[in-house]
Design a protein around this ligand. Structure first.
Ligand SMILES: [Zn+2]
Length: 87
């Protein structure tokens, strides 16, 4: 059964992780980025059913940062191909 990290202060749940340690690591990163390392009151790790994990994974959409990183990577690949073919 997969696990999610849940932050009631932000009202968010992480993507599902197969191991509890993955959800806990997500919580560490979340606290560091969003809460300056402080522990949100009543944060928790939740064990969820596999069908909810698949539904959440299917509902995942890239963030703006993901889109920018993908565009930069695509441009880099195109530049490398163009450079290899023209020299
Ligand atoms: Zn939070």
């Amino acid at each position: 059964m997969p696990f999610t990290y849940n932050c009631p202060r932000c009202g968010t749940a992480s993507r599902p992780y197969v191991f509890r340690s993955g959800a806990e690591d997500h919580g560490v990163r979340h606290r560091r980025r969003r809460h300056d390392g402080d522990y949100p009151v009543r944060e928790y790790i939740q064990r969820i059913a596999w069908r909810y994990a698949f539904a959440r994974a299917a509902a995942w959409r890239p963030s703006g940062g993901d889109a920018i990183a993908a565009a930069a990577a695509g441009l880099l690949v195109l530049w490398c191909l163009w450079h290899a073919l023209t020299n």
